[in-house]
Design a protein around this ligand. Sequence first.
Ligand code: NAD
Length: 464
Amino acid sequence: MLSSLLQQTGGGEFHVINPATEAIEASVGLASVAEADAAIDRAASAWPAWRAVSPADRGRLLRRFADLVDAHLEELAQLEVRNSGHTISNARWEAGNVRDVLNYYSAAPERLIGKQIPVAGGIDVTFAEPLGVVGIIVPWNFPMPIAGWGFGPALAAGNTVVLKPAELTPLTAIRLGELALEAGFDEGVFTVIPGKGSVVGQRFVEHPAVRKVCFTGSTSVGQQIMRGAADQVKRITLELGGKSANIVFADSDIEKAAATAPYGVFDNAGQDCCARSRILVEAGVYDKFLSLLEPAVQGVKVRNPAEDDAEMGPLISAKQREVVSSYVEGDGVDVAFRGDVPGGSGFWYPPTVVLPTSTQDRVWREEVFGPVVSVLPFTDEADAIAKANDSEYGLSGSIWTRDLGRALRVSRGVEAGNLSVNSHSSVRYSTPFGGFKQSGIGRELGPDALAAFTETKNVFYSQD
Ligand code: NAD
């Protein structure tokens, strides 16, 4: 296991830390520019043979990969607990999500159907052609699923893939790369290249053989990638930050809304781009909601993420804890109440509920990326929509109401890519996922994801 950890070291080495214990878990070699270029060149060389594999065989290979992920699900999940501090139940879901995405897109090669368009003098046909080498850049918060949302459909569409995990969380990606080889993918079809963003990630943007970059991460790095991609008119998909609203109307099941609100924001210790970190509550039920929210927050089980009943683990790093703390302690905001954390080592931060003074407060406007949620009242439906939309982000959100008309109006009014009414669900592999405004460009997952990994070619065949 993990035999390839130190294969590429031209860019130095990185000590992977277990966030719950602060112990060094592994040393991973970081690729240099030359090593990144060599991997990209191998992916480019592997492309002609990979795109020529028959659609049925491509599907079969993806299913074999999915079966191997399933067979190693527990190993991958345990690895993620140690590398990322994810709770074991989340980590099992994440490994299962990679399997499910592979299975879902294994049906795609045989269904990449073009159109036959009626024209005079012959026939007109469209083809969904693969792009070539696709570079996938993954953040540290969901190392497995975000990788799979890129490589599953990219490979299904006939592209070869180079994937760069985040520096902090490379272990499961490296293991997935090994499993792909074991499944029977030829060398170069799917390559995992651990390395720095400024080195390997930047090469994906600059190297002309990489025809598309799929980036998930911060809005600021996403902007850099978009600027860089312009030089070669390179295709991009960007999945960026979020500051999603959880809107609670007075007519809703307030008990359920309050009981579930912590899980809509504190999952993965709040390091979730879909975290509902702005709770908007209709003024008439604001006090009642807060009184119900307090025991719900204190009931979140923050503990050793390897324990089966853990609901929240530590933050990813000491640095991330400093960033999160700066929004609360640093800014001296009004803390309404907090949950508990274990003592001892680990990058722990308690679930925290704050009451901003206005929508201009930094904690209300910026993505904290930690277990901190802000609560503000609103007056009516129009005010709720206006406050929810008063953000440069637009990724996700929830609406709690028993009024169907209101659910329709508000879900159409909120500017976000993924909304959920009377629940906090965001991500299903069979439905599209992505952001409005500065939360990103393009959509992943769902039935249309292959469009982002293919070019439409139109060919007219003359009958004469
Ligand atoms: P980040 O932007 O710092 O890093 C993301 C990835 O980009 C890493 O692999 C990093 O090495 C790489 N990178 C850094 N600089 C680069 C450069 N100059 N060129 C190319 N690649 C570079 O983000 P992060 O701190 O790892 O992740 C947290 C952020 O990701 C949050 O803002 C969060 O909202 C966002 N996120 C968004 C989604 C989504 O689907 N919308 C999902 C998860 C995380």
